[in-house]
Ligand binder design. Structure first.
Ligand code: ZN
Length: 150
């Protein structure tokens, strides 16, 4: 066994989330691995949750941490599931991303460091926050809300 050495560089080279890249590859499908562990992006309108409106909690597909509620999902017409706030402020971490020559804010799962998508602000959507968490479907798994009596 090798012991990961904590690195403070901006690159995701150190094994995060308690798994080595090989272990993530065994756990995830190739597309899940590409998005979650290599910060890939699924094609717009291709994801299984783009237009989903059923109630439930969207969990991290990498580690199962609850990330977003269906009640904060809104129709953004951008081709990816969009939320105006995470389930809890500390459920995700936000990292400055200059990879495309512009400054965007990357959103990652706080628990396993998996890439989720990006967050955009000030776009004029009529949501309480004016934020759009633009998240890959493949990073999420919807846990349907059980029909519990109130
Ligand atoms: Zn996670």
């Amino acid at each position: 066994m090798t012991t990961p050495t904590p690195a403070t560089s901006g690159h995701h080279q150190d094994p995060p989330g308690g798994r080595t890249p090989q272990q993530w590859r065994e756990k995830l499908t190739p597309q899940e691995y590409h998005v979650l562990r290599e910060a890939g992006t699924e094609a717009p309108w291709s994801g299984e949750y783009v237009s989903t409106t059923s109630p439930g909690v969207y969990e991290c597909r990498g580690c199962g941490a609850p990330l977003f509620s269906s009640s904060t999902k809104f129709e953004s017409h951008c081709g990816w599931p969009s939320f105006f706030t995470p389930l809890a402020g500390d459920a995700v971490v936000q990292i400055e991303d200059r990879s495309l020559g512009t400054v965007r804010t990357e959103v990652r799962c706080a628990a396993c460091d998996g890439h989720l998508g990006h967050v955009f602000s000030g776009e004029g959507y009529s949501t309480p926050t004016d934020l759009r968490y633009c998240i890959n479907s493949v990073s999420l798994r919807l846990a349907p809300l059980e029909d519990n009596a109130p």
